[in-house]
Design a protein around this ligand. Sequence first.
Ligand code: ZN
Length: 483
Amino acid sequence: MSHPGAEQSAILPLPHALALSSGRRFGVPRSLIDAARVRQAVGDWRGACAAAGYGVRIDFDSIHRRYGAATAGTIRTDLRHLVPDLLRWHLPRYAHGAGRLRAGAMIPLADYGDGRLTLAALTPQWALDAGERVVLTVLPTVGWDRTGDPLSAGLRLGRVRRQRLVAPRFQWDARVAHELPVPPGADSLVTRLQDLGDAEAAWGAAGIPLALPRLCPERGHRRLASAPVHLAGLASRASHACPGADRVALHLGGGWTIVLSTAPPVSAQLVEAAEAGGIPVLPDAVWSRPIDADLIRLGYLATGDLHPLVADALGCPPAGSATSAEPDRIAVRCGTSVHWLVRSDGRIRPLDHSTAELDRERALALLGGPVCGCLATITRLFSDPDLVSDVDLHLQHGQVALAAAAVARRLGSETRLDAIVLPGNRQAHAVLAQLHEALHRYSRTLVGIPPFDDRCPASPRPSLARRRRHRKGDPARHHQVIR
Ligand SMILES: [Zn+2]
């Protein structure tokens, strides 16, 4: 799939699929896509990046001086075709929780100046803490991580070769976004075999004989079964991405790798990752099925929720603007009568009770008395689990305005975001304060001041031990890949 680093499988386990689809819908909301598109349409790539939540650190004067006008010009041309919201859509996410971006990733997008410079997107933790921000920069290709550049703080460079989007540019370049490889549908024999976890048969059906180690352990079989390999046209995509190489390595994670021989007759071999050293790494985006195709096929994502360029590439109908308007009047069963609540002047008001009456009802409720239907409904609207969950997801993705809009839409424009209590009894105002602080650190770091060491993350992830315990308890373990 086109999603390096995400946990995926032939059959996506429910929590992981939900996290990935949440990451797409909440991490890249339609308003962000629209705002970035408006800027991009007038050639304002910096504006598009800002709208899509990117911080840009590119020193064109220095590039011009050291690498020449032609190189600087090529970079500018590429940036005008960069679709930052599309790249954000595809960036690696944690496949648990809210589908937030994976911290510490470095995604090379293009090389310049005879391979001496690289355009890259970075997701250091200090940028993610400030509302899931991404850093776009141009760096020396070799040795940059040893220069002490504050941008490199907290990056994990072990996966860079797997995450490269240099040869396949369809995840970020408007000119080739339609080249996203479309996998066969649910009725294809290969897909059905993969869904059943019968990888050897699936590879065979795709015309690529796959050899396994003679004594392949169970974990090797499991890793192979859950790898979302896009088998149709694999060898030709591999040859295009790694020209001149007659063997390439598909790293499945968990210590397992498939070595694909692209010279005819095409064949493949499952080996332990250590045996594939020195073989060119095929980027995940080249060999994986686009996760969106699987999410749609398995019903975890609606076609209307897709990024428009992804929907185009997958041949899905264009999305209508499906904004769900909240009703103005709500009928409530109150005692033996039907009462009405109305949204007016940015508030929810009961039509059939005075403020004094409702205050009396509240006092009675505190004493353990019965609550009238109108007050019960107002209380429920304020603690609506759907609303709380939406607000929580927006805030986890750093989208304060969207969280406030969700509250205003449901509870009236005078209701402040602070009134919401998030899951785990967290107060929205505390989360906002942490975001504000993180944003300050982010701005400092982007201009070259090293991040503080004493920071506390805006929304701490569970400890590694806890996550492992959680995974162990997951009955879908068979079908999950943790790379
Ligand atoms: Zn009533």
